[in-house]
Design a protein around this ligand. Structure first.
Ligand SMILES: C[S@@+](CC[C@H](N)C(=O)[O-])C[C@H]1O[C@@H](n2cnc3c(N)ncnc32)[C@H](O)[C@@H]1O
Length: 254
């Protein structure tokens, strides 16, 4: 998942990248940001790993100054085309894993599905950059894939197979990608296949522990739930709640 990878993804963004905003049916992300910042229009906000800019309309509706950063120049160009005349928006390419901090400190940082690469060092430096770039008392809303949800989704596919009459021995392989050796090794780290790409998934306790390590307070750690159609083409009617989810982590720097 280097710059070439993300530049290439950019040309087929909507096919390749899960649209969190569109699947956030209860508008939880917007509500949470607005509840903390609606009365603080002069606060400075940023989208870290903005992609093609899906969340920027929300941020520009709440804040007077918004920074949008991404590793991919192609993504930043697409954002610039969309928001050409918006003087409140400042865009730039940036690699959060370099250890370099922003010239401006932020009151609020949004980061949706960015700390997902299989390389642990890169993930840790991105988290460190987010924390360093926050002003004291600044907030960050971080969305990451849930490992519990990935395993739960596997269990639902097994259940589905058994309901279809597949015998128990084969129920945990039919419909699954065949794991390779690397995937079996990386499951210990929570790196599982997502659409063919090794992708870091987090368990709840790991996120709490990550926040402790970085000395930030957890204000909210909750499920951002999606429909089953985000996991399976034509899920059966009986497949209802609990639904699959990402983790929504809302933190505050002391
Ligand atoms: C899965 S996409 C999510 C994009 C966007 N947040 C969204 O939800 O549509 C991950 C984004 O993180 C960016 N990214 C990955 N590694 C990065 C890094 N080291 N520094 C800055 N951005 C990075 C990628 O270019 C990509 O746009």
């Amino acid at each position: 998942m280097n710059v070439d990878y993300w530049d290439e993804v950019s040309s087929r963004y909507d096919d390749r990248i899960f649209d969190v905003l569109n699947h956030d049916k209860k508008s939880r992300i917007k509500t949470l940001i607005a509840s903390h910042f609606n009365h603080r229009k002069n606060a400075i906000a940023a989208d870290y790993g903005c992609g093609t800019g899906k969340f920027l309309n929300i941020l520009l509706g709440i804040f007077n100054k918004v920074y949008a950063y991404d590793l991919s120049l192609n993504n930043i160009r697409l954002v610039d085309e969309q928001f050409l005349n918006d003087k409140k928006l400042h865009t730039s390419t940036r690699d959060f894993s370099t250890g370099l901090n922003a010239a401006t400190q932020m009151d609020f940082i949004l980061s949706v599905n960015v700390m997902i690469m299989d390389d642990l060092k890169t993930r840790w430096s991105i988290m460190q950059t987010i924390v360093n770039d926050l002003k004291p008392s600044g907030h960050a809303l971080i969305i990451v894939p849930s490992l519990e949800s990935a395993l739960y989704t596997s269990s639902k596919l097994i259940e589905w197979n058994i309901k279809e009459g597949i015998d128990h021995d084969r129920a945990n392989s039919i419909g699954f990608d065949r794991p390779n050796t690397k995937q079996i090794q990386t499951i210990r780290e929570g790196v599982v296949d997502a659409g063919g790409i090794p992708t870091k998934h987090y368990i709840k306790e790991e996120l709490i522990s990550l926040c402790r390590y970085h000395h930030v307070d957890v204000l909210t750690l909750e499920k951002l739930e999606y429909d089953w159609s985000t996991e399976f083409i034509h899920p059966p009617q009986w497949m209802q709640s609990p639904y699959p989810w990402d983790w929504l982590l809302y933190i505050k720097k002391p």
